[in-house]
Design a protein around this ligand. Structure first.
Ligand code: CMC
Length: 427
């Protein structure tokens, strides 16, 4: 196997080394391309560009493999809880009992959010989209906490991390409670991390909170499945914003905005809205399949296709089973699930989808579970953000510890050549 690639350009030959990852992925190292040849590369959407070397998440889109720090997503979803997975992603190893207890205790110590933050939330209309609110509140947190982290201090880094893992769920819960017109409460530190999040979101002022193991387990699993996905749009955003040495919270706020889009995290909301529209339209899945295939129709089958997975998204397999279990356990008969299953069956047999390797992705079934758990559709992407938080933190930490240079892509300019200014009255 060759360890270099040779480029021939204008009669000269240039060698570029091959970099090999631990899973034998190979990449051309073009760090010296421009200085040696004067050339840059063009790759819209970065479909062929590796922006970093990372030791956090491995995914093989062809084989449908997803691993966090070497552990398979299937095993983690079955055996670990979300806080263990967060620790694993951020610090690289599964915590032992003492490490996990300390991690949780340190998070609990930070679980308050400055009361003044409530005034900021109060300024938003109830109709505001929760993702916009969450991104703004995360940014606003900076005003109440150190704006930058000394990355050479393990202690400072650790504190910034536990602070945001503690406060972010409060912001998520307040965003939901504001939407529902419920008082902005705090949680109960005697509960587990995910159970506490659930309580913060759903406790009604006049009732005792009743925990439901099925619901908490399903939520835990969903958060684990969303916890990291290597260099996707929002994670790349977090890394690129952080590469300017903007603080952790500022980088996360930008990541939330990136996640919001319907082609990324916003797809879970879009999937459910699509399924509801199909149901309202008589449940004719064939009609919507035809629309998805029609190049003159902008409609896309939301929850289908993935930039990296060209085989089944392993998270979708786990979620599909979980959706069945949760609906059964909670005794919910949801016609939306039947429509989803019908669409999936048709798409998996349809040459348009088969040829393009379009399979259901993580968002195709997650919304059905969120709905069963009583989470409003507009909050789905917020739940994704809650799950993705440890991944963003891990990626930001890795990028800062590796002292990566500021992210600054090149371009190929295709605009006007130099021209002289013309006074306004002469144009
Ligand atoms: N419905 C119909 N056609 C599709 C779909 C779809 N959902 N996705 C891709 N295609 C077609 C597309 O029209 C193109 O066809 P052609 O080759 O004839 O022009 C071909 O498949 C390749 O699509 P692409 O847009 O070039 O692929 P991409 O890698 O740039 O986009 C994607 C990936 C996820 C943005 C896209 O598949 C999509 O828009 N899916 C629906 C939105 C969605 O479910 N997003 C959630 C992604 S998973 C959660 C996350 O990690 O963010």
């Amino acid at each position: 196997m060759s360890d270099k690639v040779t480029l021939e350009f204008n009669g000269n030959k240039y060698d570029f080394p091959i970099v090999e990852g631990t899973e034998k992925e190979q990449a051309i190292d073009i760090k010296t391309l421009r200085s040696a040849t004067g050339l840059t590369t063009i790759d819209p959407g970065y479909k062929n560009t590796g922006s970093c070397e990372s030791a956090i998440t491995f995914l093989d889109g062809e084989k449908g493999i997803l691993r966090y720090r070497g552990y398979s997503i299937e095993e983690l979803a079955e055996k670990a809880d979300f806080l263990e997975v967060a620790y694993l992603l951020i610090f690289g190893e599964l915590p032992n009992t003492d490490q996990l207890a300390k991690f949780h205790a340190d998070i609990k110590k930070e679980s308050h959010v400055d009361e003044e933050m409530k005034k900021i939330l109060d300024g938003f209309p109830k109709s505001a989209h929760p993702m916009g609110v969450l991104s703004s509140l995360t940014s606003a947190l900076i005003a109440f906490n150190p704006s930058s982290v000394n990355v050479t201090s393990e202690n400072d880094m650790y504190h910034a991390i536990v602070r945001i893992l503690a406060k972010f769920p409060v912001l998520v819960a307040w965003t939901l409670r504001k939407k529902k017109g419920l008082p902005l409460d705090y949680g109960d530190d005697s509960l587990g991390y995910v159970e506490n999040i659930h309580k913060m979101m759903f406790k009604r002022p006049s009732e005792d909170y009743k925990s439901n193991k099925i619901v908490i387990d399903a939520l835990d699993k969903l958060l684990i499945l969303h916890a990291d996905h290597e260099q996707n749009c929002s994670t790349s955003t977090v890394r690129i914003v952080g590469s300017s040495h903007a603080g952790l919270f500022a980088s996360l706020s930008a990541g939330i905005s990136a996640l919001w889009g319907p082609l990324h995290g916003g797809a879970n909301q879009a999937v459910l809205e699509m399924l509801e529209a199909i149901e309202a339209d008589g449940g004719d899945t064939k009609k919507y399949m035809a629309k998805a295939k029609d190049k003159n129709d902008p409609f896309r089958l939301m929850g289908f296709g993935h930039r990296v997975y060209k085989n089944f998204d392993p998270r979708a397999k786990i979620i599909k089973v979980a959706a069945d279990e949760v609906l059964n356990d909670l005794g919910i008969d949801d016609p939306i699930l039947d429509i989803a299953k019908g669409l999936e069956k048709e798409a998996l047999e349809d040459p348009y989808f088969v040829d393009r390797k379009l399979y259901p992705n993580v968002d195709f079934y997650s919304g059905i579970i969120y709905r069963a758990l009583g989470i409003p559709t507009e909050m789905f992407t917020v739940m994704f953000a809650l799950g993705r938080l440890p991944g963003w933190i891990a990626q930001w930490r890795e990028m800062r510890l590796n002292n990566e240079p500021i992210g600054r892509p090149r371009q190929v300019y295709v605009g006007e050549n130099h021209r002289s200014f013309v006074e306004v009255n002469k144009r």
